[in-house]
Design a protein around this ligand. Structure first.
Ligand code: IMP
Ligand code: MG
Length: 174
């Protein structure tokens, strides 16, 4: 069985949208205490481009979570494998996600962060798959709303493969 990646979003399309999101965030968070919380590992590529598109002061922190095994189905269990390096009390947090699928990860992180008394918490996700939602979550900044396909590239993986693709595509097995 061989795998082939069919492009869904080109590097150029992603770049353009990420720059728009950055400008929108910079305008909204001007003169505030912005912290980008990057959800590892999937969001590292998006976050690296997004932070450079935000022309305003911010700090970056990382949160390691695991919600999938080696497959493509959410286990529904969100495990924190690396916590933030500093408190977020009184700060304006944006959780940076690669994709909101069932919404379970974001719902869990919102609950967790609210116990730490930040001034505000919003969510910025490059991709949003509304068809798969299992809990209601509010995604404040969305890059692209996509159909129900398992996608890889630009940080997203299939069993740890394909994170380094510069575009986003769908895995096809032939
Ligand atoms: P959720 O908890 O189901 O919303 O999914 C959260 C995480 O599952 C994302 O941050 C991704 O890491 C992973 N995920 C969900 N859908 C996909 C996909 O289509 N491709 C790769 N990873 C995915
Ligand atoms: Mg993720």
């Amino acid at each position: 069985m061989t795998e082939r990646i069919v492009t869904m979003l080109s590097a150029e399309q992603i770049k353009c949208r990420v720059n728009e999101l950055g400008a929108q965030i910079a305008a909204e968070y001007k003169d505030r205490n912005l912290v980008l919380v990057v959800v590892l590992k999937g969001s590292f590529v998006f976050a690296a481009d997004l932070c450079r598109a935000i022309d305003s002061h911010l700090r970056i922190d990382f949160l390691g979570v695991r919600s999938y095994g080696e497959g493509t189905e959410s286990s529904g269990v969100v495990q924190i494998i690396q916590d933030l390096s500093r408190p977020i009390a009184g700060e304006d947090v944006i959780i940076v996600e690669d994709i909101v699928d069932t919404g379970l990860t974001i719902a869990h992180l919102m609950d967790l962060f609210r116990t730490r008394n930040p001034k505000s918490v919003k969510v910025c996700s490059l991709l949003y798959k509304p068809a798969r939602a299992r809990v209601a979550v509010n995604v404040d900044f969305v890059g692209f709303t996509i159909e129900d396909k398992f996608v890889v590239g630009y940080g997203l993986d299939f069993a740890e493969k394909y994170r380094n693709l510069p575009y986003i595509g769908v895995v096809e097995r032939t």
